[in-house]
Design a protein around this ligand. Sequence first.
Ligand code: ADP
Ligand code: MG
Length: 826
Amino acid sequence: MVPSRRTWNLGATPSLRGLWRVGRAPEPEPGMARPAPAPASPAARPFPHTGPGRLRTGRGKDTPVCGDEDSSARSAARPALAQCRALSVDWAGPGSPHGLYLTLQVEHLKEKLISQAQEVSRLRSELGGTDLEKHRDLLMVENERLRQEMRRCEAELQELRTKPAGPCPGCEHSQESAQLRDKLSQLQLEMAESKGMLSELNLEVQQKTDRLAEVELRLKDCLAEKAQEEERLSRRLRDSHETIASLRAQSPPVKYVIKTVEVESSKTKQALSESQARNQHLQEQVAMQRQVLKEMEQQLQSSHQLTARLRAQIAMYESELERAHGQMLEEMQSLEEDKNRAIEEAFARAQVEMKAVHENLAGVRTNLLTLQPALRTLTNDYNGLKRQVRGFPLLLQEALRSVKAEIGQAIEEVNSNNQELLRKYRRELQLRKKCHNELVRLKGNIRVIARVRPVTKEDGEGPEATNAVTFDADDDSIIHLLHKGKPVSFELDKVFSPQASQQDVFQEVQALVTSCIDGFNVCIFAYGQTGAGKTYTMEGTAENPGINQRALQLLFSEVQEKASDWEYTITVSAAEIYNEVLRDLLGKEPQEKLEIRLCPDGSGQLYVPGLTEFQVQSVDDINKVFEFGHTNRTTEFTNLNEHSSRSHALLIVTVRGVDCSTGLRTTGKLNLVDLAGSERVGKSGAEGSRLREAQHINKSLSALGDVIAALRSRQGHVPFRNSKLTYLLQDSLSGDSKTLMVVQVSPVEKNTSETLYSLKFAERVRSVELGPGLRRAELGSWSSQEHLEWEPACQTPQPSARAHSAPSSGTSSRPGSIRRKLQPSA
Ligand code: ADP
Ligand code: MG
């Protein structure tokens, strides 16, 4: 057996005989030739019908090698195969000259392409981006295309070389041929099956024939036995008859003998009849055996008929097989022809393509030749550039050095400019502060304004509630009061009519708040009789806040504006002085009496140990602080209104700043004081504790007046210690401090005497002049005890009061303190 399919190598093509071996039916076995009746076997089923149009074929995989009668059919295919083999060997066999030539050519082309690619890459590495490079890129692309084409040709050639010997893929006959082969193998299978069945039947017939012969032999034996018995019996019968006859002729004893014989004869007769019966039985058996024999003969006959039928069918199948084989051979031949044709065509195509590749290659070569001169110029350019580049680092270094020098110079210039600008800025800052200070000073370090509240329901009705205050239409610093029918006029720094809003009043305060940020101490007092509007002006209402909240808001916004240059912290404390006792309104123990002490650092500054300070950063914080203070006061006193009118309420705001660029430190204090009612004791006719309260209030208010008067007249001694209030505010009243007093007055007739008193007090205070605006400043790099004093440009004589608040260098008791007088540049 050989495999049904083999790879067809063009160099060593197998013979067609070797490729396909067609099956042939085997010779029938000798035993099967004798027809004999046989019983119908279940294995002897008839073969499936195969019509002439449905020829069954099979592949020769398991079919036996074909006989000599097939050789004539195959001999016709032989020349075509030989031709094909010759063609294959001649054209493309690995050892053929043409194939060798092609392979060599391909190798040669490959080498050339590689060397050209290398040349191109070398050129590319040497050249910059020019038109020539574009041209070269195009050539590279062309080269690549040619290479791909060549690769394709090679692949085709390879494919042709290794093409399998089987039917061409996609050939229209291949399917049919495969079908035929399948049919053939099926037929062969069926035939082998039939043959098996036939041999089985033959064996059966043989067995049956043997049995038949045996039976016949036994029958013959039986017949011979019977004949012998008959012979023996008839002989005895004859002997008996003779004996009887001889005896009859004898005497009576003979008769007796006869009789005996007769008796014996009956016995013999019985034996005879028995023999006859046995004979009869044997004859029946023989007939039966004959019947069986007959049946077996019939069976044998039918078996023979079946065998004949089967043989006819086998012969028919064999003839069909022969025909299919012939067809297949024809198909194979035509397929081989097709294949050879395809090979020829592919080869011709490959040759044409190779030619085209050659032509392209020639074109590339000429292109390369034209590129050479351009390349040379480019190389020259490149070399020139290379030389330039080599010299470039030196040039660059030179340029860098000069640029560095220029930049350094520019930086120095900018630095000196910056220094100059900084110096100018500081000078401007100082100038601005000086001007501001001067402005405040020109306005007066103690400024007094009056505010007249509107007539309210509480004033009642009637002549007592009539308005006694009028204003000057042309001068907003004049106020006229009709007191007991006499008109009295007062001149203050400013007079606010009842129509003035909280904001209008605050406008007068703004400048002071700003100077507090610059490091000055400021006092703002609200003075006046109870009910004249002091609390309204200082605290205001939630919807319309007074000076306190507005001042803090302004501080926040100012601090925010300066945030790029300055760092500020704002803290607040709240205290009240009642009956000459100082209490902390923000502390945990509001009843606790606080003392005013000199700073232990020897700076001469005063401070209140235990006074709570809250740092605030927003309006919300302030509101919380105020609320807390208010709650403390409410829980402490049952009648808050009455109590608050008998006590001085102080809100102390401290603004500490550090100049980020210079480290200069400033501290400014803003004291917002809602004074106790200024109504006189004698008038109210009070007694007991009420009287004591009134006395304390009067004492502290006159002490305030005295202090201001002493400051005004530049007395050597200022009686700060005469009251808790003046003692506490000593720093903020003396020297460079600024004071604003808002004198609140009631407009109605019934309050005219108190109004008169308040306005007189205001006028007295207004005429007092404080020392020139001096500012405390500390340099950040110095310790907290070491202070700098700024001497104003105008050499105003120092008030004696200064000695108390900020000792000058002459009065300093601290030997180690560093004091430096900074003369601002004019
Ligand atoms: P004081 O604190 O001096 O005793 P208040 O501030 O309590 O006086 O004022 C007494 C009353 O007058 C309050 O009801 C207050 O609302 C009202 N009042 C005072 N000043 C004004 C004003 N400028 N505008 C409106 N109402 C005012
Ligand atoms: Mg009040």
